[in-house]
Design a protein around this ligand. Structure first.
Ligand code: PLP
Length: 410
């Protein structure tokens, strides 16, 4: 059996190791700086100062206001909060039937319309299902074979009752990048007219969890009202997420209690993780350009080396319009389960798609939306590189992947 001495990790879209600098920044807050940020005494003051500084740091990099950053327990929670919290706020903000306004006909049972895509992360799709169960309508935009939506489809589907557009920035399985800035600009134009005509604003949320490492994510540049990000995809800790919420965006909490995070997310602040998330964001902004080029170069080398020896290997999605660290490949006639296990035994970690669904081994909804057959989806593996991937790793990985694919298909 082929086996290498040092394991090679090629699953950075699932999670990343915590950066040494991030860990160093977090450490004091596990031990002697352990205060509760809500306490009045000096221990509490020290903790709240650390949370405030972390919030300020992220706000500086995102070019937004301190009060526009909310910390959550994960990006899953931030996504749930953005989607369900916005709709919840629309219901509680409805004018009463007797208010005599233009909205006289509206009542608490009014249903709203949301536009999203077929290739969102499960944390969005499940929130959307909850809203559908409550009677709201969701339009799921299709994607082409490159995994990208058409802006004209989005425009066509806007209704008077539309209150939210929710589009993932970069997909976790195929790395496809959606035209978020263009959509932001379009919605800005549409909203101007809607407000003049007495209609409510359409809010815009993007899940930037996979994008933040590689793409421009300042909310004012993207023209988004809400944006989700996660610690563990950017070399920070697992179990911490964040939500950018533009000023004056209505958002009702989905977790209530002590009214932390400006009343939008109750629960004692996870000080070490918040400090770690801010440090990780700082490092993204410091290293993004250089790192993206380095990783793109390695990714392209790996693909060239695979395709030279495996003429039947197919890349799922677009080559140009994808994250620089992502390859999603299928090998004709070879099940991804067999390949992943064989590669793991040889010391290389890759995955079948999203980390959430890979254990359940259900076929990918993303590949299905792109028009792949069930068989093709079950032949697809995701290979994602990161900052610690070396040229040597790529050389070795290409050699082993080629040898194993040959063994398993001959
Ligand atoms: N959104 C995307 C695009 C993701 O890739 C993930 C994680 O896989 C999440 C949301 C959820 O992030 P978290 O693990 O912080 O809950």
């Amino acid at each position: 059996m082929i086996k290498i001495s040092k394991k090679i990790y090629l699953d950075y879209a699932a999670t990343t190791p915590v950066d040494k600098e991030v860990l160093r920044a977090m450490m004091p807050y596990f031990s002697f700086k352990f205060g509760n940020a809500s306490s009045i005494h000096s221990f509490g003051q020290e903790a709240i100062a650390a949370v405030d500084q972390a919030r300020e740091k992220i706000a500086k990099f995102f070019n937004c206001d301190f009060s526009e950053i909310i910390f959550t327990g994960s990006a899953t929670e931030a996504n749930n909060l953005a989607v369900e919290g916005l709709i919840k706020s629309q219901i509680s903000n409805l004018p009463s039937i007797s208010s005599g306004s233009r909205a006289e006909s509206r009542d608490k049972s009014q249903k709203f319309h949301i536009i999203s895509t077929k290739i969102e992360h499960e944390s969005i799709l499940e929130s959307l299902k909850n809203l559908e169960r409550a009677g709201h309508k969701v339009t799921y935009l299709p994607v082409g074979k490159e995994g990208i939506i058409k802006i004209s489809d989005l425009e066509k589907n806007i209704k008077d009752s539309t209150v939210l557009v929710n589009i993932i920035y970069a997909n976790n399985e195929i790395g496809a990048i959606q035209p978020i800035k263009e959509i932001g600009k379009l919605l800005e134009k549409i909203n101007k007219k809607r407000l003049e005509g007495g209609l409510s604003k359409i809010y815009f949320h993007t899940d930037a969890v996979q994008a933040l490492n590689y793409l421009e994510c300042r909310p004012d540049w993207l023209k988004v009202d809400l944006m989700t990000f996660s610690g563990h995809k950017i070399y920070g800790p697992k179990g911490i997420g964040g939500l950018y919420v533009r000023k004056n965006t209505p958002l009702s909490p989905i977790i209530s209690g002590g009214a932390q995070e400006f009343g939008r997310r109750s629960g004692t602040e996870n000080v070490p993780y918040i400090v770690g998330l801010a440090k990780a964001v700082e490092l993204v902004f410091k290293n993004r350009e250089k790192r993206s080029k380095y990783i793109l170069d390695l990714r392209d080398t790996l693909w060239k080396n695979i395709i030279v020896y495996n003429k039947g290997a197919k890349l799922n999605g677009s080559f140009g319009n994808r994250l620089p660290n992502n390859l999603n490949i299928r090998f004709d006639g070879l099940s991804n389960e067999t390949l992943i296990v064989a590669l793991d035994q040889a010391g290389i970690a890759v995955s079948a798609g999203s980390a959430c669904s890979s254990r359940a081994l259900t076929a990918s909804h993303v590949l299905d939306a792109m028009g792949l057959t069930l068989r093709q989806a079950k032949e697809s593996v995701r290979i994602t590189l990161g900052k610690n991937t070396t040229k040597r790793d790529i050389k070795k990985s290409a050699k082993i992947i080629n040898e194993i694919v040959k063994q398993l298909t001959s």
